[in-house]
Design a protein around this ligand. Sequence first.
Ligand SMILES: C[S@@+](CC[C@H](N)C(=O)[O-])C[C@H]1O[C@@H](n2cnc3c(N)ncnc32)[C@H](O)[C@@H]1O
Length: 227
Amino acid sequence: MQKTNEKPSLETTTLWDFPKQNYGDNPHGDNKFNGVTPAFIIWNLIQRYTKEGDLVIDPMCGSGTTIDVCKEENRKVIGYDIAPHRKDIIKNDARKIPLEDNSTDFVFIDSPYSDNVKYSSDPRCIGKISCEKEEFFVALDMVAREIHRILKPTKVMAWLIGDQCKQKKFIPVGFRLYEMLTKYFVPIDLVCISRHNQTSNTPIWHERARRFNFYLRGFKYLLIMKK
Ligand SMILES: C[S@@+](CC[C@H](N)C(=O)[O-])C[C@H]1O[C@@H](n2cnc3c(N)ncnc32)[C@H](O)[C@@H]1O
């Protein structure tokens, strides 16, 4: 992965297109972790919605990208995960976060969006439930309620999520989650994150897409909402 000394700049458009997975000289999370969040997304949110000293929570922090970005930017941070990838991540189920009500300044979460990635063998991993089952959305609803409970009034959370299109069956996971979140939060923005290094951006996939008549989808939604 190409590294650069440059700090990213704040984008003013609502379509964020970033060629670099990472920035700076220090690692953020683990690029080999399946489903790692590009650090730039978290950096951008932290600049917009928090200030130095604020407490940031990531209830599903995977390889720890949120922790690394927040420490570098002098934010307090706690990263939880059902299957901690390293020692500074606390083992916890996101459906019950061990924090007091109204204690948190900002929440970032990049959750599973179906059972497409094997994260761990822990049976409580939400990534074991297909988004074709209602049970999947019930689990995300419990996480959303917890995020709402721990956030201070008027503070912001951002949730990264993708859709599923498998064997010609399309599940609009992003829109389902958006609708669900509006029960608890006030929407601020819905950002489309497109990725330059998509694994489907190859001649083989382009040919398959033409032959079987489907779109190559290379984006996720970033849902930004306020308590
Ligand atoms: C897309 S990954 C997060 C990637 C992370 N932001 C990073 O940059 O490495 C989703 C994470 O959700 C975690 N997860 C799944 N179910 C969970 C649950 N019930 N409670 C907490 N974490 C969970 C998985 O273990 C996985 O690490």
